[in-house]
Design a protein around this ligand. Sequence first.
Ligand SMILES: [Zn+2]
Length: 318
Amino acid sequence: MAKRYVGIDLGGTNLKLGLVSADGEMMESLSVPTEAQGGPDHVLARMADGVRQLAKKAGIKVDDIAAVGVGVPGPLDSAAGLVYIAPNLPGWVNVPVRDTLQKALGKTVVVENDANAAAYGEFRVGAGRNVSSMFILTLGTGVGGGIIQDGRLLRGASDTGAELGHTIIQYGGRLCGCGNRGCLEAYASATAVVARFREQAAVSDLSRQPDLECKDVFDAADDGNKAAARIVAETAEYLAVGITSIIHALNPELVVLTGGMMGAGDVFLDAIRRHVGALAFPSAWKVCDVRWSTLGGDAGILGAALAAEAFDRTGQRA
Ligand SMILES: [Zn+2]
């Protein structure tokens, strides 16, 4: 029987699981509430139970699963599968995800940062499947990053590489959730787009909407709202400044953008391309492109499963 893997995307609200073939096809999927308020032991038990439910749904046994990959939102020791901290999950400090799940399921488990998992998914079966070097920016509540260099995840000396959202694009600039000022995340996350719009268009009806989302700002720009259009145009420039700095460090073949801003479409992407083209060294930009993710919300699940597949096949981390 062909080998099958499980990928788990651990979010603050939902646990998303997928049964994935060795060549990255999603064969079955499942989403269950994380119940994060129950603490790490409760969430880990729900993850193990989710794997059992997923196997049942697919009509296979847990024993038929070759290995399990988990993407977690936070810094971790990926070699030990230990999550140092997950800011959106109460009580998650030094949680031994790998060892706990291995014991509960009797399966090999690998643990990756969620943005790294998304990068690996896009590299193996998504927008980056024809390149060997790329990076991803996940534009959501924050800005996550993942880097593929020569076909492998770039982790750095202490697993803290690829924190691309904290590339500083403005010295002394806007305060970031990390405590520094001027990070890309403080300008170009979905949250930051809304905050910047509220500041610049403080008197408009739209900016007073309590539940205003990034998408609303982009939609308003499309409908001719000048303040919103300015924010969108500036967001493309901020992203381009950050992307250009990262291109100059890595000289990649591809930049993949994903997350809540994907709905912004090709006009937004073209604006980013134009600005990067004006800023980047021509020798770097001529071999590179900026594209939307092709896996969307499945990138993290597929990437986690394929990281487990890579470990199962090679004995090494992805
Ligand atoms: Zn930061």
